[in-house]
Structures are given as structure tokens and as C-alpha cells.
Design a protein around this ligand. Structure first.
Ligand code: G3H
Ligand code: 13P
Ligand code: ZN
Length: 326
């Protein structure tokens, strides 16, 4: 009988073992979003060099941007590139913020090893029903599923939320039992994008709600938790962007100290997209400003890719703690 786990033909793995090991040893698996070749090359190079397991993830919009067929082959290329570099790091291909059963099904059939179904904006019972349906299909293909309870402020692909709603710990046990999800994204004060907090100059952003996380852990001990909106909005990149003609005012992220604390808890997956975007934009702006005669994309995208490698190595080694765990 043909293998029902389509992703295995691509050399990918699901997130089950990754999370079990991260939970046991107190670190988190980094989940880096990508949309293009240079981002994916940088993720694989940096994770190979730091011997880190990795989740490469795409949103619905990213899949449309890259083309679903192209993406499947990019994932295959990513696994083979890692092997060529002498590393056998585990790589999972994950759908970030899936918004329908059909999208999750399509991703699973084209080789994703993990999907998120984000019903967090739906009434509770509808979130349960939609998530359960995705889990049944996904598990039949040995694909792992991430659900979400609580709403993060900011843009989640086409779902945008003005205000965040913290996860209600009273709901988590019922949700994971009734849906059968493999991991749960929760809302404890992070948000998507580069403007996570409104703070006056010199003011510190409020701390994450570790009390909610602790209560969630008490109710579902040993269950893998996912933290979205976990970019630090690296100030050096914001400064570089603004120095070279950009305009990012009041961009603030999550401190590395808070992320390290989260990684040591039941948080097994930490999502990072905005920091990668900022690194690319900063380096492209800097390169083009300093080399006005240059028009070879390999030059400015190469500079951006190099910076991304440095950023990801830093995150793996000093923030999520996944370096050396492959
Ligand atoms: O959570 C959202 C991710 O950062 C993906 O963003 O929908 O613009 O690709 P995107
Ligand atoms: P950031 O915008 O903080 O990078 O969050 C990304 C994310 O949660 C993707 O799902
Ligand atoms: Zn997210």
C-alpha cells in the first residue's frame, strides 16, 4: 500500500518527536516563515550550521506568492540541501494560520507534514468542530495539527484583529480533548508584525502573561504550546531601515529574555516572521544606498541572505535554545 504520509517522500518529518524532545529538554523549535528562495536557503544553512531541528512555515498568502507546486519542490530542495551540507537536521513543512479545511487538505496532499487550523476568531464550538475535522484528515496522513485558542492582535493572514483576547485557561483541556490537536497556540500578550506594543520612548513594553501560560501548563501538563508573534523586532534593523530611507516609527517586539523564559516552559514552537522581514529589508536598503551603480539582484539579495543566516544562528543559539539538538 502506498504511504499515506505524502510528506515522507520529500524527506520531511512531522512535529511529534521534535516537540517531545523540546518539552523534555526545555527548549523550543524555531518556526521560520519564508516566501522565497533566499529566505529558505538562509534558514537551511543556519539550521544546518547550528545543528538545529527546524519548522519551515508558509502562510496561505506565502503559498499563493511562491506557487504551491514550486513550494513543494523547494521543500524537497531544502531537505536535500541540508543533507549535502552534511547535516541530517529534522525539517517539518508547516502551514501557518490555515483558515479552512480545504486549504489544510490541499497542503497535506501536496506534502506538508504539519498544519495549523486557526479557528481562534470563531465561536468556541465552531473552532472545536473545524479543528476536529482537520485533525481527522491530518492524522489519517500522519500529519500533526496545531490549533489556537485566544486571539492575537494584528494581522493573521486575511484574519485581522484589532484587540487581542487572552487564552482562557478554563477552555484548554476541553479543546485539546475534543479536537485531538497535537499542539496549541495561545495568546499571552504577543501580537503579529512589527508594532507589538504602544510604548513611549524609554518605556518598557509590558511583560508577557506568564501567569496564563502557567495555568495552561497546570491544566494540560506536558502538552506542546505554541507562541506566535515572537519576533523581537531587532532594534538594529529598525534603525538601519530608518537610516536608509524607511519609516518605521515605534516598532517594538518581544525581548529575548522573555522568549528564553518561554522556550524553557511548555512552549515548544516559537514563530518568527517579522524579524526575518526586517533583516532582509534593512540589508537591501543599506546595500542599494551604498552601491547605487549595482543592479544584480544576487548582490543585494545575497547581502540580505547573509544577514538572515546570522540572525537565525543567533536565534537558535541564544533565544530558542534549539542549537545542537538535531
Ligand atoms: O502570522 C502571520 C505571518 O507572519 C504570515 O504573514 O500572511 O503576510 O504571509 P503573511
Ligand atoms: P512575528 O510577526 O512576531 O514574527 O510572528 C510571526 C508569526 O506568529 C507567524 O505565525
Ligand atoms: Zn502567527
Amino acid at each position: 500500500m502506498a504511504d499515506k504520509a505524502f510528506y515522507r517522500a520529500l524527506g520531511l518529518v512531522n512535529t511529534r518527536d521534535m516537540f517531545a524532545r523540546a518539552m523534555a529538554d526545555g527548549y523550543a523549535i524555531p518556526a521560520y516563515n519564508f516566501n522565497n528562495l533566499e529566505q529558505l536557503q538562509a534558514i537551511i544553512q543556519a539550521c544546518s550550521e547550528t545543528a538545529s531541528p527546524v519548522i519551515i512555515q508558509v502562510s496561505k498568502g506565502a503559498r499563493q506568492y511562491a506557487n504551491a507546486t514550486m513550494l513543494r519542490h523547494m521543500a524537497l530542495g531544502a531537505v536535500e540541501m541540508a543533507r549535502e551540507q552534511g547535516s541530517a537536521i529534522p525539517v517539518a513543512l508547516h502551514l501557518d494560520h490555515g483558515d479552512s479545511f480545504e486549504l489544510c487538505q490541499s497542503c497535506i496532499e501536496s506534502g506538508f507534514s504539519s498544519v495549523m487550523i486557526d479557528g481562534s476568531h470563531l465561536p468556541y464550538d465552531e473552532n472545536v468542530a473545524l479543528t476536529r475535522r482537520v485533525v481527522e484528515f491530518a492524522h489519517a496522513h500522519d500529519v500533526t495539527v496545531e490549533g489556537e485558542l485566544g486571539v492575537l492582535a494584528g494581522i493573521e493572514d486575511e484574519v485581522s484583529a484589532e484587540h487581542s483576547t487572552y487564552t482562557q485557561p478554563e477552555e484548554v483541556e476541553d479543546f485539546v480533548t475534543r479536537t485531538g490537536v497535537d499542539s496549541l497556540a495561545i495568546s499571552i500578550g504577543t501580537s503579529h508584525g512589527a508594532y507589538k506594543f504602544k510604548v513611549k520612548p524609554g518605556q518598557e513594553p509590558p511583560p508577557l502573561r506568564f501567569d496564563i501560560l502557567a495555568e495552561v501548563e497546570r491544566r494540560i501538563p506536558g502538552f506542546p504550546i505554541v507562541l506566535h508573534g515572537a519576533s523581537s523586532v531587532v532594534p538594529a534593523y529598525v534603525d538601519l531601515i530608518n537610516r536608509y530611507g524607511g519609516r518605521l516609527e515605534g516598532a517594538v517586539g518581544i525581548s529575548e529574555e522573555q522568549l528564553r523564559r518561554a522556550a524553557q516552559s511548555a512552549v515548544c514552537k516559537i514563530n518568527i516572521d517579522s524579524d526575518g522581514r526586517l533583516a532582509v529589508t534593512a540589508k537591501v536598503r543599506e546595500y542599494l544606498a551604498n552601491h547605487p551603480e549595482e543592479f544584480d539582484p544576487r548582490k543585494y539579495l545575497g547581502a540580505a541572505r547573509q544577514e538572515l543566516v546570522a540572525l537565525i544562528r543567533h536565534k537558535n543559539t541564544h533565544v530558542v535554545g534549539s542549537a545542537g539538538r538535531a
